[in-house]
Design a protein around this ligand. Structure first.
Ligand code: GTP
Ligand code: SPV
Ligand code: MN
Length: 598
């Protein structure tokens, strides 16, 4: 089925191991996708939604145990444990492969094995990379078809001797002859493995069908394995949105943003500015690959082709462009179903009807007292359907990055926005990022604050200290004026009575405006121990209701005693990273502390 001998040999090897009933090479045509959706519908895995309201849309409900990424079952199996570092789960690769081979043995019995050639980045672009996912899940195929460029055109690009990343996936639920399938087959938690072999650049995933565990082009390839390649080759693979911002005079800026899972990337990427004359267009909403261009600047591409967006909270009010992206040809997972075949979720912008089928398949009424959609319910929508997709979002050269935002969910301490003194200070900011853990991961610690450097904690394919050193090194590869400016933002500050102090969403454009001004050497700022902060009137509040001067003061306050406590906690965090922590970062921390005490 392919001219590529290495690929054919791998497919043969996996078929012999997993013993599927049949093999299907994915061609990536519309007809093929439709027939797979028809099949999942016939098998009772998918529900075809009301085709007048949601043409080409389907709803899937996962098993109640398989609703998000499983960080506790995600492994970086480098040859040496030291190379995986203190933040990753490590298992010796020989041992892990043995364990997993036993699990893979016969795991596709009674099922079809799909071979999905896919390209991260536009097919044929010099910065794109090819992967091939083998999976026994039709759900994965139809999602990969939206999230990446798939099929015959990729095989052609691969040719006889092109390189690809092998990505093996099984839901881990073989079927005996005549055995009825479950509507969401998966394996129990202790049999789930999301494994990465950084030296041989292989991905082996077993037992989960959900999101980042199963759509292997996304977190497994484009972040964990790509971060290893990026370090080797001198570029960056990051958990970042990419947006294009145009001011009323037509000046364009490109901004990347690293926020942890479910902390606002999709929302910021397609934001509708509330300040007149400003325009945002989307380049990417989750992942950025950044490389130096001939101009000595960092250029970013979005390696994906779709959005795997958080559904709850998405509404025509909060994120109309996401709602419009998901109007057709979209796969919904773990959303609630209305009696007329539409979807519903919490904070969709209108009240729930009197009856729904909830994400677990049970009858639901507003009196049920439980959420109708899972908190990590998602929509998978083609990026091309986004009304504000940037015309050059598929430019193989990427977009030149002017600013990088870092930030997470912090109720206290961290101001609305502050700017780093320079690149290294910006890397320090990225390294200390803290955020509340969200429902995007299965964890008993949801809501607790954890440090999540550059929103990459679960996605760095190697030692976190080497990762931070790599960021520092990138800063030495060009002149300071060509590097993006780095800003730390926090949309999630709360008042003492638990209310959001900042309205967020479209109003975040007011902060982006200041960011642009700062990039142009303008914008009023005051130097504080933690960085440059906007002066009280530097953030444009014209037409903004509900944010008082007092709120603004809190949002832009640097409380030295709170920050001294923060510094203690950062030191603890750094100590957990061990002796490989870049000296520059410890120096940054010492200097911060000294400035706070001065
Ligand atoms: P992943 O896809 O998991 O990587 O998430 P993400 O970073 O793209 O997050 P997303 O934009 O989907 O937002 C997640 C949740 O945060 C949603 O429920 C949003 O409604 C909410 N959110 C996004 N932006 C803001 C904001 O500016 N303020 C507030 N208060 N909530 C926000
Ligand atoms: C995230 O958790 O950051 C996501 C969703 O974008 S998943 O694809 O499941 O990783
Ligand atoms: Mn993400």
């Amino acid at each position: 089925m392919t001219q590529n001998k290495k690929l054919q040999a791998w497919v043969d090897e996996i078929a012999a191991l997993c013993k599927p009933d049949s093999i299907h090479w994915v061609t990536g045509t519309e007809e093929e996708k439709q027939s797979l959706l028809d099949l999942t519908e016939k098998q009772g895995m998918a529900i075809k939604l009301n085709q007048e309201k949601r043409p080409g849309c389907y709803l899937f409900r996962s098993d109640a145990s398989d609703v998000a990424r499983v960080e506790g079952r995600t492994f970086i199996a480098s040859v040496s444990a030291e190379d995986a570092g203190p933040t990753n789960n490590w298992i010796d690769p020989v041992e892990l492969k043995k364990t997993m081979k036993d699990l893979y043995e016969g795991c596709m019995e009674g099922r079809t094995m799909y071979v999905i050639p896919f390209s991260m980045g536009p097919v044929g672009s010099p910065i794109s990379k090819i992967g091939v996912e083998i999976t026994d899940s039709a759900y994965v195929v139809v999602n990969m078809d939206i999230m990446t460029r798939t099929g015959t055109k990729v095989l052609e690009q691969l040719g006889a001797d092109g390189e690809f990343i092998p990505c093996l996936h099984s839901v881990g639920a073989p079927l005996k002859p005549g055995e009825a399938d479950s509507s969401w087959p998966c394996a129990p938690m202790d049999k789930k493995y999301i494994s990465h072999f950084p030296e041989t650049k292989e991905i082996w995933s077993f037992g989960s069908g959900y999101g980042g565990n199963a759509l292997l082009g996304k977190k497994c390839f484009a972040l964990r394995i790509a971060s290893v390649m990026a370090r080797e080759e001198g570029w960056l693979a990051e958990h970042m949105l990419i947006l294009k911002l145009t001011d009323p005079k037509g000046n364009v800026k490109h901004i990347c943003g690293a926020f942890p899972s479910a902390c606002g990337k999709t929302n910021l990427a397609m934001l509708v500015p509330t300040i007149p004359g400003w325009k945002v267009e989307t380049v990417g909403d989750d992942i950025a690959w950044m490389k130096f261009g001939a101009d000595g600047r960092l250029h970013a591409i979005n390696p994906e082709a779709g959005f795997f967006g958080v559904a709850p909270g998405t509404s025509m009010e909060s994120n109309p462009n996401a709602m419009l992206s998901a109007q057709k040809n979209t796969i919904f997972t773990n959303c609630a179903l209305t009696d007329d075949g539409d979807i519903w979720w919490e904070d969709i912008g209108y009240d729930a009807p009197s009856h729904l089928i909830d994400w677990t398949g049970k009858d639901w009424t507003p009196e049920s007292g439980v959420e109708a959609a899972h908190k990590n319910a998602r929509f998978t929508a083609p990026a091309s359907q986004c009304p504000v997709i940037a015309p050059d979002w598929e430019d193989p050269n990427g977009v030149a990055v002017d600013a990088i935002l870092v930030g997470g969910r912090r109720k206290t301490t961290i101001p609305l926005v502050h700017e780093s003194f320079d690149w290294n200070h910006g890397i320090f900011m990225g390294s200390i990022m803290g955020s509340e853990i969200t429902a995007a991961v299965i964890s008993d610690k949801v809501g607790q604050v954890r440090r999540d450097p550059f929103a990459m904690l679960p996605f760095i394919g190697y030692h976190v200290c080497d990762y931070l050193q790599h960021w520092l090194d990138i800063g030495t590869k060009t002149t300071a004026d060509k590097l993006p400016k780095i800003f730390y933002v926090n949309w999630f500050r709360k008042s003492d009575d638990g209310k959001w102090l900042w309205p967020g969403y479209g109003e975040n454009s007011r902060v982006l405006k200041w960011v642009c001004e700062r990039c142009d050497g303008a914008g009023e700022a005051v130097k504080t121990p933690i960085g440059y902060l906007p002066t009280p009137n530097a953030i444009d509040r014209a037409g903004l209701d509900g944010v008082t001067d007092a709120d603004m003061e809190t949002l832009l306050k640097v409380d030295n005693s709170e920050w001294l406590n923060e510094a203690v906690s950062i030191r603890e965090h750094y100590n957990n990273y061990g002796h490989k922590l870049p000296k520059e970062l410890m120096k940054q921390l010492d200097e911060l502390e000294a400035r706070l005490k001065a």
